[in-house]
Design a protein around this ligand. Structure first.
Ligand SMILES: Cc1cc2nc3c(=O)[nH]c(=O)nc-3n(C[C@H](O)[C@H](O)[C@H](O)COP(=O)(O)OP(=O)(O)OC[C@H]3O[C@@H](n4cnc5c(N)ncnc54)[C@H](O)[C@@H]3O)c2cc1C
Length: 482
């Protein structure tokens, strides 16, 4: 069976690996010059710098299991303590009150003591228990739901920075159904999110064994290196997928280097816009729906300092910035969060800037913006010793209201094309475990086509499978970026 996988990010690599290990003849076409997509680690002057993800959730098993399967089990490392995260409020760093689950207060005393809110704002938040639940079944923005229940202050200063920090998009745009469907379920059951939180605490489910989020000691790039060295495929770098057409029962795949390949299956693990272009000839309706998935830019600016430049040692994992309060959205204290990220006597932090059209700014400008904001918040004197910027311009998929409905349109259009599967951050979860699970599910979908074809050829009646693996319930419950 011949399969073309397009896109050499973590989703495409995982799909290619699963297909090749099942015996398929795989061509992996990646338009860039290296594998891994957003997963990349650099080493500069003794600093270990992540251009993209620095960690992954363990509750969703796919990333942890893949790391172990690749022999990286001993590399898996927990975050350091203390794990406090702060909010930039009134020109100082205020700790997030204990018991705040994704911005929803579930412990009264820390919330009542927090200087983040005025007495009136606390009273408004407490009134959540008597706000009648919204009975509409239509998708809404997470921000819309939370504003109605807790008031604006909790959303602007707590839930907004936390949830936007995870999904990289303003809370007033993010789809409730795609990202946090459990909030709707909890409301339906308990009539109040505070009551639901209290009930969950009272149920005292045993804490999961081990940390909820982990990294790899030598950086996330080691996951890509291990996958790439295991991969038995014809890997073509600098080669974009251009188009997919039908060719009898197979597909004709055109690549950017002019090659035409006939394949039994195609996994498209590129960003949605590239998938839309490539699938236009074979699935115009899917292509239209793919074009409606929006993207936004992010820059991750890593800054190294001598620890003597800081007013006081960093104790915690970083801070989040309510919308517009500083020109950065968050700052991870990388060397306080993970071991072995900075040389002796130095600290490493990473500021996140979210904006469109980032490539219009030079790297120096972004470093300047990130350094000024970080220096103001942390009391840093002097210039950074080291600065590296990863610009992901228009590269972060946005799960806006209606996301699941868009996915349903894409699935319906592709459902009639056995042997074509999509995977990656644009669809059913942006976190690494979700992207890996999608890559594996796409491989299974292609492989099951062969089984079905064989059975059909041998006269066995097939039950039509309309079901695709659903990873949409992608609550990154505790992926606290920073
Ligand atoms: C700054 C940052 C921090 C993050 N932090 C975390 C974190 O801590 N934890 C976590 O779980 N997740 C995190 N994420 C999210 C996660 O890293 C991404 O969602 C995930 O890596 C996306 O993988 P992917 O394979 O879907 O896409 P990508 O990595 O974008 O890969 C897609 C690939 O397709 C290629 N391509 C494009 N067009 C074509 C074409 N026509 N033909 C062939 N190839 C093409 C691209 O060059 C790219 O290599 C972070 C992301 C960023 C940017």
């Amino acid at each position: 069976m011949k399969v073309v996988v397009a896109g050499g990010g973590i989703a495409g690599l995982t799909a290619a690996d699963a297909l090749a290990r099942a015996g398929a003849d795989v061509v992996l076409a990646e338009s860039g010059t290296s594998l891994g997509g957003k997963v990349a680690t650099e080493r500069v002057d003794g600093f270990t710098i992540e251009r993209g993800p620095d960690s992954f959730l363990t509750l969703r098993r796919a990333a942890l299991e893949l790391a172990r399967d690749l022999g990286l089990g001993a590399e898996v490392a927990p975050p350091k303590r203390p794990a406090d995260v702060f909010i930039w409020h009134r020109a100082r760093l205020v700790p997030i009150p204990a018991g705040t689950g994704l911005g929803i207060p579930t412990r009264f005393v820390p919330f009542l003591r927090s200087p983040l809110f005025s007495p009136l704002e606390k009273l408004r938040a407490a009134a959540e228990v008597v706000v009648p639940p919204d009975r509409t079944s239509e998708d809404v923005a997470i921000g819309t739901l939370l504003r109605r229940r807790f008031g604006d202050a909790v959303v602007d200063r707590l839930a907004g920075p936390l949830i936007s920090g995870i999904y990289g998009l303003a809370i007033d745009e993010l789809s409730l159904d795609a990202l946090m469907p459990r909030l709707r379920d909890a409301l339906a059951r308990h009539g109040s999110l505070v009551r639901a939180g209290l009930a969950a605490r009272a149920a005292r489910r045993p804490a999961p064994a081990g940390p909820e989020v982990v990294t790899l000691r030598r950086g996330m790039g080691s996951l890509v290196d291990a996958l790439a060295s295991r991969l038995r495929a014809d890997v073509r770098l600098g080669t974009a997928l251009e188009s997919v057409e039908r060719s009898g029962a197979r597909y004709r795949v055109r690549l950017g280097d002019g090659t035409r390949l006939d394949a039994d299956g195609v996994v498209v693990a590129t960003p949605a816009a590239a998938a839309a272009r490539a699938l236009e000839p074979v699935a115009p309706a899917a292509s239209d729906a793919l074009r409606t998935i929006a993207y936004r830019g992010t820059a991750a600016v890593s800054l190294g300092y001598d620890e003597r430049q800081l007013r006081r040692p960093l104790a915690g994992h970083g801070f989040l910035v309510p919308d517009g309060a500083l020109p950065i959205a968050a700052c991870t204290w990388t060397s306080s969060k993970w071991s072995d990220r900075a040389p002796e006597g130095a600290v490493l932090v990473r500021a996140t800037i979210r904006a469109d059209g980032l490539l219009r700014h030079g790297e120096d400008d972004l470093v300047d913006v990130a350094h000024r904001a970080t220096a103001l918040a942390l009391g840093i004197e002097g210039a950074p010793l080291m600065a590296r910027t990863a610009i992901w311009d228009g590269a972060m998929p946005r799960y806006t209201v209606g996301h699941l409905e868009r996915l349903a349109r894409i699935d319906a259009a592709l459902g009639v094309l056995p042997g074509i599967a999509l995977a990656g951050a644009a669809y059913r979860g942006t976190g690494l475990p979700d992207c890996i699970a999608q890559g594996q599910a796409a491989a299974q979908e292609i492989l099951s086509r062969e089984t079905k074809d064989e059975r059909a050829a041998s006269g066995i009646r097939l039950r039509r499978s309309s079901e695709r693996t659903d990873h949409a319930r992608g609550e990154a419950a505790s992926l606290s970026r920073p």
